[in-house]
Design a binder for this molecule. Structure first.
Ligand SMILES: C[S@@+](CC[C@H](N)C(=O)[O-])C[C@H]1O[C@@H](n2cnc3c(N)ncnc32)[C@H](O)[C@@H]1O
Ligand code: SF4
Length: 451
């Protein structure tokens, strides 16, 4: 889509999804490497988030560039679980006293694990990390084929509060075009099973911009999802990334300007439908049904303030000063090599931090602005001043540029106490995020490892 004359946003409308900052592509070697104990020493640990990565799936979808492996050798998931337990023991020793206010088990597809293995995972999370899923809200990702009754029963019995399922589309032709083996009746059955188990929050992911998708077919998928009145819905614009099946086929091309022009009306139609159905917009992608549980009230974890402990191959962890991860990859061969190395790793290797990003004071300020501005809560000016003893538009002059921009509507609304995206701003989140990145993070993310 052509940017208006007064828009400073010259990149493509769908430039980059910034779900965190700095982007993991900007990570590099941390030399000399740090010890886990030292990295966490100064961090408050009374309301941490725990993330567990389960890198297995029953299929490799054509669009997916996540760190995951389809149909691993029998035995690998069990070895992976044993390694997770070893990593937990070392991590807990390094952290000392810590309380997890929230947790997420993601992937991949965590429900690729059997019901017994999921039970074991919760046992070790409690035994090794002190996680109590009955008192801390937590989310588990699933897929239509693996959301079976026996697994859902384990998750419900353990107190999981949120189930998130990737659907992408209820049109079978569209699912096939993105290399996803699934039929709409199977998806509906899976959602009904989840509902029957009574989880407080159900999230469904849908995608737009799929090959041959039309406004009508997208609306049909949305209506099919709405039949189940999910508490949350994520609408993801399709990104075609290198090393994925779609990326290799270059279908559609990521640089295709016409494709941007196709995704924007789909987004607008989807957003209007959800607002009319009683959903509130939380971010460009996320919509929450009125009255649904809101983590702002159910959990004391705040991503702007509290750290995240990532466990498992490819998981990221955040402290105020250091963001780090273990090795990750997209291509099947490299993913397999990394997984084999993970399950063979010596216990001591989990005590070291050698890959990540050391945040400067400037990057901390950018992170605060980017994460809050791209959300419905907006940038709380008093909170920024309290934390940094400074003004956000002085630290990030780009904010003034965005405030002055008209496309033709303003992108940001300024009130006395906050800056918040307007609807025109929300739909340009994937341009605004990259626009607010520092030059060095942008350069590193552009040149970062891709394998
Ligand atoms: C962590 S993934 C996992 C979901 C789950 N494994 C499944 O597929 O059923 C979360 C969501 O990100 C979205 N996603 C992943 N890759 C994407 C891409 N290349 N473009 C747009 N959305 C994507 C999909 O909607 C997906 O459901
Ligand atoms: S979209 Fe989900 S099921 Fe498909 S490969 Fe990615 S993580 Fe696995």
């Amino acid at each position: 889509m052509a940017a208006s004359m007064t828009s400073p946003l010259t990149g493509p409308l769908y430039e980059q999804y910034l779900y965190s900052y700095p982007h993991k592509l900007a990570y590099g070697a941390i030399t000399p490497e740090r010890s886990l104990t030292e990295v966490w020493a100064a961090e408050p640990k009374d309301a941490l988030c725990l993330y567990v990565h389960v890198p297995f799936c029953e299929q490799r979808c054509g669009f997916c560039n996540l760190f995951t492996f389809a149909n691993p050798n029998e035995g690998l998931p069990a070895r992976y679980l044993r390694t997770l337990e070893r990593q937990m023991a070392r991590t807990r020793a390094a952290l000392g006293a810590a309380h997890f206010a929230q947790y997420a088990i993601g992937g991949g597809t965590p429900t690729y694990l059997s019901a017994d293995q999921l039970g074991e995972l919760f046992d070790v999370l409690k035994g090794r990390m002190g996680l109590d899923p009955r008192t801390s809200p937590g989310s588990v990702e699933t897929s239509p084929l693996t959301a079976t009754n026996d697994r859902l029963r384990v998750l419900r019995d353990r107190g999981v509060s949120r189930i998130s399922m990737g659907v992408q589309s209820f049109a079978d032709g569209e699912s096939a075009s993105i290399g996803r083996r699934q039929a709409a009746p199977t998806v509906h059955d899976a959602v009904r099973r989840i509902r029957d188990h009574g989880f407080p929050t159900l999230n469904l992911d849908l995608m737009y911009g799929l090959p041959d998708q039309t406004e009508e077919s997208f609306a049909l998928s949305l209506r099919a999802a709405l039949e189940h009145r999910p508490e949350e819905l994520y609408l993801y614009p399709l990104y075609v990334r290198p090393l994925t099946r779609l990326g290799r086929a270059a279908a559609p091309s990521p640089d295709d300007q016409d494709w941007d022009a196709e995704r924007l009306p789909l987004y607008r139609a989807g957003r209007s439908l959800l607002l009319a159905e009683g959903y509130a917009q939380v971010s460009m992608r996320m919509f929450r049904r009125a009255g649904a549980p809101d983590p702002a009230t159910t959990s004391s974890y705040r991503c702007q303030r509290d750290g995240m402990v990532g466990l498992g191959a490819g998981a990221r962890s955040y402290t105020d000063d250091v963001h780090y991860s273990t090795a990750y990859a997209v291509g099947a061969q490299k993913v397999r090599t990394i997984l084999e190395a993970y399950v063979e790793a010596e216990d001591e290797s989990f005590d070291r931090v050698s890959w990540g990003y050391l945040l400067t004071e400037e990057e901390k300020r950018r992170r605060f602005v980017i994460l809050s501005l791209l959300n419905e809560s907006g940038l709380d000016l008093a909170a920024y001043r309290r934390r940094f003893s400074s003004e956000p538009h002085v630290d990030l002059p780009e904010l003034e540029v965005l405030l002055a921009a008209r496309v033709p509507d303003p992108l940001i609304e300024r009130t006395e106490d906050r800056l918040a995206l307007t609807p025109a701003g929300f739909e340009r989140s994937d341009q605004i995020g990259p626009f607010l990145m520092s030059a060095s993070v942008r350069r590193l993310a552009r040149e970062g490892p891709r394998s």
